[in-house]
Design a protein around this ligand. Structure first.
Ligand SMILES: Nc1ncnc2c1ncn2[C@@H]1O[C@H](COP(=O)(O)OP(=O)(O)OP(=O)(O)O)[C@@H](O)[C@H]1O
Length: 263
């Protein structure tokens, strides 16, 4: 997105002046050896713009999760290079990677991943509490307001609906102002109304709070909330779309199937 560079992004505090929040250069990820060797990523190069919402789509096994994990420093690459902001991940040791993830990256998973004994408020600030960082109260309050959790802060996860639990997870991801948030099917376990709410919060966090988001999804309706969609097939980016609509996404996916690109 052109406008992204001029926005005040949530990650500006710790980041650089560049427009890319993350970058992969000729990334190869191979699993196994010899005949069983699988190229999950085959020379993938991509740039993720700051302050933009990017979706990653593609058939099952096309490499979506692998790409997300490599960009987020959750998985090592076989060859190629990866940056988050100005920091090159490839070459960092485990301790440095852990710290980089802790300080710069937020995660939202399909299965909320909240601690059952903590209240919503405690879950939201947990990563910062563990890191010994003082939450920016004003920002955290703004995030809580944005995701509509103000009346539920004292509730434990079991006292919240799935949609509300995912809102807590979204607030937790946003609270530390990460340079980038990665979501792996964040609406996969929600009914369509709760899913829509979460997608609207994610969209608003990009538009109003300047957040950068990368989301893996199978769902054309979810992907249509993004500014840009990357389409993966057989470990390579085969197409992309800007300003998507669910209809355009469905059409494009049908085109891939017609060309035998599903695995
Ligand atoms: N730990 C692993 N060991 C061996 N092969 C793996 C491993 N993780 C992924 N793969 C393989 O790499 C390829 C890409 O997997 P990946 O999970 O990235 O696909 P995906 O597009 O996210 O799929 P899905 O939509 O089903 O989640 C697949 O062929 C998969 O079997």
């Amino acid at each position: 997105m052109e406008a992204a560079a001029t926005r005040t992004t949530a990650g500006d505090d710790g980041g650089s002046g560049g427009v890319s929040a993350a970058r992969a250069e000729r990334v190869v990820k191979a699993y196994g050896e010899g005949e069983t060797r699988i190229l999950a990523l085959n020379e993938v190069s991509v740039e993720i713009a700051r302050g933009a919402f990017t979706a990653i789509m593609g058939p099952s096994g096309s490499g979506k999760s692998t790409l997300m994990h490599c960009l987020a420093g959750l998985d090592s690459v076989t060859s190629g290079r990866v940056w988050v902001g100005d920091t090159e991940l490839t070459g960092l040791n485990d301790r440095q990677l852990t710290r980089l993830r802790r300080d710069n990256i937020g995660f939202i998973f399909q299965s909320f991943n909240l601690l059952p004994t903590l209240t919503a408020a405690e879950n939201i600030t947990l990563p910062m509490d563990i890191a010994g960082r003082k939450p920016d109260r004003e920002w955290v309050d703004q995030v809580i307001e944005t995701v509509g959790l103000s009346g539920r802060l004292g509730h434990r996860p079991a006292q919240l609906s799935g949609g509300q639990q995912q809102r807590v997870a979204v607030a937790r991801a946003l609270a530390s102002k990460p340079a980038i948030i990665f979501g792996d099917e964040p609406t996969g376990n929600l009914d369509s109304r709760a899913g829509t709410e979460i997608l609207e919060f994610l969209r608003r966090s990009v538009d109003d709070l300047g957040q950068t988001i990368v989301m893996v999804t199978h769902d054309p309706t979810a992907a249509a909330y993004a500014d840009r969609i990357l389409f993966l097939a057989d470990g390579a980016i085969v197409d992309e779309m800007t300003a998507p609509t669910a209809e355009k996404v469905l059409d494009r996916m049908r085109g891939f199937e017609g060309r035998g690109r599903t695995s």
